[in-house]
Write a protein that binds this ligand. Structure first.
Ligand code: ADP
Ligand code: MG
Length: 385
């Protein structure tokens, strides 16, 4: 294999290209773009968030909120990589309470679109706001324009993926499906975060096609009720045959985790988990024909919506042992100590790594099965073997 001539050796990729590559891992598609913007609005303490798609998001995505607004001293850094107002040291990562913490979303969205326009006003500036124009490198191009604006922020992303022609083509080709995925993740945010965070959040989603009218896609009323949110999304009938989900179980810490934490193996501590939400009753015919309405959260954070996670599989498996041909309607928020999970494993923060995952799933299955009916003993033996 000798004799292969190359006129250049290994070279460093220029910074601009590196930025684009890494940005593509945070914002991988339309849904992650929208998700990041909504999370920023939630983190800013908003109680009303409006998402406006133009042409299913191909032309633009705009998120309007009534949150804290952005202070003038933060204008310069707002879309630079790793600029965040939410996390000051790496130690903090294990105790995150905000959705965002890495300061990557806005910088990625800049690199992957025709740039951002942000209109923002803090409480002391309202009713006058400032318009920020940000270029592809996340640099502030202008901050001169003033607009009438109540407290809050509007972020507009134009022509997502235009700097990456192949991705853009793909987005255009699959836009209907991509748009549905974006709506699905917005449903997840409407259900739990919006009925939990900031004392209740009104979420509105609209789409406007070229020369068409604006069509409402989703609207919640901002009450602190999961049931109210579910009804807002799917109508009152959606909760027929649905009951409250409230489980508590203990997860025994696995040996490998103990080793990693450098703790003696003499005692094996447990982690208390509480699962709250809504689930189909266990009655033949009470479930759904597909798993289309299944939403899972960890500490109020949607995870892996639409993808079959190990947790989702466990729930379906248990439900099927009682109601063979159906899948449950399920909204489940797993409340657990932040040290028992890791949300920092994937750049888009959609994959949440549960420590002691096998024990977790086992405890969940047992807990859920025993909750469903009193056949605990029968199923305990089949589940644990
Ligand atoms: P992160 O959310 O990880 O901090 P982002 O890139 O998503 O990083 O946002 C960068 C910073 O911009 C945030 O830390 C926050 O200070 C500010 N910001 C972004 N969106 C909003 C918003 N809607 N309202 C107020 N501040 C915002
Ligand atoms: Mg963010």
């Amino acid at each position: 294999m000798s004799g292969v001539e190359r006129d250049s050796g290994i070279r460093a990729i220029d910074a601009h290209t590196v930025h684009r590559i890494t940005s593509g891992q945070v914002v991988i598609d339309l849904q992650s773009a929208v998700k990041e913007l909504v999370e920023n609005s939630l983190d800013a303490g908003s109680t009303a968030i409006e998402v406006r798609f133009q042409n299913y998001g191909l032309k633009s995505i705009e998120v309007i909120d009534n949150g804290s607004g952005i202070a003038p001293r933060d204008y310069e850094g707002i879309a630079l990589k790793h600029y965040t107002s939410k996390l000051s040291s790496f130690e903090d990562v294990s105790r995150i309470v905000t959705f965002g913490f890495r300061g990557e979303a806005l910088s990625s969205l800049c690199a992957l679109s025709d740039g951002l326009t942000i209109a923002t006003a803090t409480a002391s500036e309202a009713p006058m706001g400032t318009v920020l124009e940000i270029d592809g490198n996340g640099r502030l191009k202008s901050q001169k324009a003033k607009v009438a604006r109540q407290r809050g922020t509007t972020v507009t992303v134009t022509n997502l993926f235009r700097p990456l022609p192949v991705r853009r083509k793909e987005l255009e080709r699959n836009i209907k499906r991509e748009y549905q995925k974006a709506l699905t993740i917005l449903h997840a945010y409407a259900l739990v975060p919006c009925s939990k965070e900031n004392k209740g959040v009104r979420l509105t989603v609209t789409n406007q096609i070229e020369n068409g009218r604006k069509v409402a896609q989703l609207k919640t009323d901002g009450t602190l009720s999961l049931r109210a949110s579910a009804i807002a999304l799917w109508g009152t009938r959606a909760l027929d045959n649905v009951t409250d989900l409230d489980l508590s179980f203990e997860v025994e810490t696995e040996k490998s985790v103990l080793r990693r934490l450098n703790q003696g193996s003499a005692d094996s501590p447990t982690t208390s988990v509480r699962v709250q939400g809504l689930v189909s009753k266990f009655v033949i015919g009470a479930g759904r024909t597909t798993n289309d309405r299944q939403y899972f959260f960890v500490n109020g954070r949607p995870f892996n919506a639409g993808k079959a996670s190990i947790v989702q599989k466990a729930v379906n498996e248990v439900y099927r042992t009682f109601n063979v041909n159906q899948a449950p309607f399920v909204i489940a928020d797993f409340v657990l100590p932040t040290h028992a999970c890791d949300i920092n494993v994937s750049p888009d923060k959609r994959t949440i790594f549960l420590h002691s995952e096998n024990n977790f799933v086992l405890a969940l299955k047992v807990g859920y099965a025993s909750d469903l009916v009193d056949l605990f003993n029968v199923f305990f033996s089949s589940i644990t073997t």
